[in-house]
Design a binder for this molecule. Structure first.
Ligand code: ZN
Length: 319
């Protein structure tokens, strides 16, 4: 599940329920304007039901309430038909009767409804068509300078990028069981880190690997939200998705006891579960260490499980 897209699905469902309510209200006013008697019956019905709710603890409920309500319902229905309205015109309005626009069906509303799945698929397709250029096939090495060596091995920036691209492509093709399950991209901005991250994400999707791409900022926001509400779903996805890509580590706010702990938990849990994680950051190794503590960094840079790629050279957006 893609977190951002799933959030859009939830927003669309909330929007739908809002529209349902507006439509219900519009119909109610339309009917009452034409048949005031229906308005009176509805008022009487509501009043009787409310009274019985309020008095339920103090006194026995109004006698024959169910019978009376049934009679009012029948009268309203008859008047609707006589007024030329459909007999269910004042019933609750739902775009999707299966889930009543909650997005969930089944016992305790646990299953994602087909309508929510369709919304998700549509949004995902829209989103991926936006980013369709960011994949290995469109990776253009020629934008990287080929004249000056940038690393200790004497490679030029273009040669270095070719090596990194090949490594990342092999990693993506080996998912969910690549050699090293954690990748760290570090180095200055404009060196192709985010682009390569997206390429891996794209390839993973093509291969039906559950892949989630978030910025560090979104990740911390999700963690905080999960902490302060019972909405655990998005947070669970970060722990459970086969591939998690975290872009721009180091740009998120450092919130006391939250940022570092959550980051450690996610990396640690994912490594223990044998899941793959790719992280990109503009910070140097020293800055990473001072920002996230030795404990996080030693977990992250464990040589047995992690491959780090140091991006060097000049910011290609400035060329
Ligand atoms: Zn539905």
């Amino acid at each position: 599940m893609n977190n951002q897209v799933f959030q859009q699905v939830l927003n669309a469902l909330a929007q739908r329920r809002h529209q349902d309510e507006r439509e219900e209200e519009r119909r109610r006013l339309e009917v009452i304007a034409q048949c005031p008697r229906i308005g009176q019956l509805m008022d009487a019905r509501r009043e009787a039901v409310m009274k019985s709710v309020y008095s339920a603890f103090a006194a026995p409920a109004e006698e024959n309430l169910a019978e009376k309500v049934a009679q009012w319902n029948a009268d309203i229905k008859a008047l609707l038909i006589r007024g030329g309205f459909p007999q269910d015109y004042l019933d609750p309005v739902f775009t999707c009767p299966l889930c009543e626009d909650t997005g969930y069906t089944g016992e305790g509303k646990k299953e994602l409804c087909t309508c929510a799945r369709a919304l998700y698929a549509g949004l995902l397709e829209k989103e991926s068509s936006f980013e369709s250029q960011q994949d290995f096939a469109h990776f253009d090495l020629s934008v990287f300078p080929a004249d000056v060596p940038v690393d200790k091995k004497g490679r030029t920036q273009r040669e270095q990028l070719r090596v990194f691209r090949d490594y990342c492509e092999a990693f993506a093709d080996a998912l969910p069981h690549p050699d090293k399950k954690t990748l760290l991209f570090y180095g200055g901005s404009g060196l192709g880190k985010t682009y390569l991250l997206r390429c891996i994400h794209e390839r993973a999707r093509e291969r039906d690997i559950a892949s989630l791409c978030v910025t560090a900022n979104q990740l911390i926001r999700t963690a905080r939200k999960a902490m302060f509400s019972r909405e655990q779903e998005e947070m669970d996805a970060l722990f459970e998705t086969e591939l998690l890509l975290i872009d721009d580590l180091g740009t998120e706010p450092l919130i006391e006891n939250v940022t570092v702990e959550e980051l450690f938990n996610i990396i640690n849990e994912r490594q223990n579960a044998g899941l793959c994680t790719v992280i990109s950051t503009n910070l140097s190794l020293e800055n990473l260490q001072s920002r996230y503590t030795e404990r996080v960094i030693s977990r992250l840079l464990n040589r047995q499980t992690c491959q780090s790629l140091h991006f060097e050279g000049v910011d290609i957006r400035r060329l």
